[in-house]
Ligand binder design. Structure first.
Ligand code: NAD
Ligand code: WQD
Length: 338
């Protein structure tokens, strides 16, 4: 019996592979390397000391997926595979709908065909839109999303919920991540973005290592304690452990549950920059720049449901997040390209 991890070579997937293996699960990984490198697999195997089957396969390839299910006994799927760049999704929406939405439909069709009806899905806090006040909880209305990426997450949540209505055997956990940052404490795996990073933490660490000149802080006139945007940053290893707990849960329940994975605490852009400088003794030059379109003042979670349902809460603090990010970045200045 094994757990299939789609997108298992990516940032969150690679850390989840390690935590699943550590918890004693067998895993099978599928990835098409669209946004990841084979080296990530080598590092997962080195760190865990374990072997597992890997298939270079696109989740839209039904026949490829059937082979994975025929050659392994899959109990449940953790589904990370997808495209995730908000700005890019505005430029190429059809690519996002095809990859994320159609890909999930094909995956679920093959799962149903093969009798595997348990799925943990990578959703996002983005489904809460900009109208709900923080702390965000799972009873709040979702769907007022502002970009195609967010719409794919909202649509997939709906598709998976519909499946549970159609067939009571399905077990679906919709994990709504807040802002994952950090890296494995070994410094051997971490986030390896292509090109110039869109997200704050990889940008900070590339400035610190001298790859980028300075950080642009997008707006200092928000309604927050220092005027810069506030987010709920969560260590990627805590997030990965949340997936182990979600699998434990899904194996014993049916129906659909949406669950936030966040810390419940918000930090501003300048809080994070200062924490990074303090934790690592490095310089992070920045300038104040105009607001980025689509950004909200404040976004953080109410993490109560995850504690109650999964027995999970985030353990690592912002210093851990900054220190581990820097260990990965400084040991791997070119990411997985060595
Ligand atoms: P990532 O890009 O590092 O990982 C995604 C992996 O999926 C990559 O290895 C990529 O090659 C693979 N992939 C993409 N399309 C595929 C396809 N059609 N077939 C097979 N493999 C495919 O991203 P991540 O940060 O690890 O995010 C994982 C998931 O979590 C995504 O679904 C993302 O939308 C979601 N999420 C991420 C964040 C975040 O801030 N990182 C926040 C909320 C939700
Ligand atoms: C964080 C804060 C920026 C870059 C995004 C997606 C969301 C989810 C996580 C997938 C904001 C500020 C950033 C920079 C800055 N992904 N910032 N300078 O926007 O909260 O969330 O990633 O589901 O859907 O929207 O994260 O890291 O881009 O920004 O000042 O160069 O940092 O304005 O306040 P965000 P982020």
């Amino acid at each position: 019996m094994a757990i299939l991890i789609t997108g298992g070579c990516g940032y969150i997937g690679s850390h989840t592979c390690i935590e699943m293996l550590k918890a004693g699960y067998e895993i099978v990984v599928v990835d098409n390397y669209y946004n990841s490198k084979p080296e990530a697999l080598n590092r997962i195997k080195e760190l865990s000391g374990k072997e597992f089957p890997f298939y270079e396969c696109d989740i839209r390839d039904a026949e490829g997926l059937r082979r994975v299910f025929r050659e392994n006994t899959i109990e449940a799927v953790i589904h990370f595979a997808g495209l995730k760049a908000v700005g890019e999704s505005v430029q190429i929406p059809l690519t996002y709908y095809d990859n994320n939405v159609s890909g999930t439909v094909v995956l679920c069709q093959v799962m149903a065909e093969m009798g595997c009806k348990r799925i943990i899905f990578s959703s996002s806090a983005t489904v809460y839109g900009s109208e709900n006040p923080s702390p965000l909880n799972e009873t709040m209305p979702v769907g007022a999303v502002t970009n195609p990426y967010g719409r794919t997450k909202f649509m997939i949540e709906g598709i998976l919920s519909d499946l549970c209505v159609s067939d009571p055997d399905w077990s679906v956990v919709l994990l709504r991540y807040f802002n994952p940052i950090g890296a494995h404490e070994s410094g051997h795996i971490g986030e390896d973005p292509n090109g110039i990073p869109n997200n704050l933490m990889p940008y900070i660490s590339q400035v610190a290592i001298g790859k980028l000149k300075q950080l642009s802080v997008f707006g200092n006139d928000y309604n927050t304690h220092d005027g810069t945007g506030v987010r709920d940053y969560i260590h990627v290893v805590d997030l990965a452990v949340g997936h182990v707990k979600a699998v434990d849960y899904a194996l014993g329940h049916t129906g659909v549950e949406a669950i936030n994975l966040g810390t419940g605490v918000g930090y501003s852009v300048l809080d994070l920059v200062n924490a990074f400088i303090a934790a690592n003794g490095v310089d992070v030059p920045y300038v104040i720049a105009p607001r980025r379109s689509g950004d909200v003042d404040t976004c953080y979670s109410d993490p109560t449901k995850a504690a109650e349902l999964l027995g999970w809460k985030a353990e690592k603090n912002v210093e851990d997040m900054c220190r581990d990010t820097w260990r990965w970045q400084s040991q791997n200045p070119k990411g997985y390209n060595k």
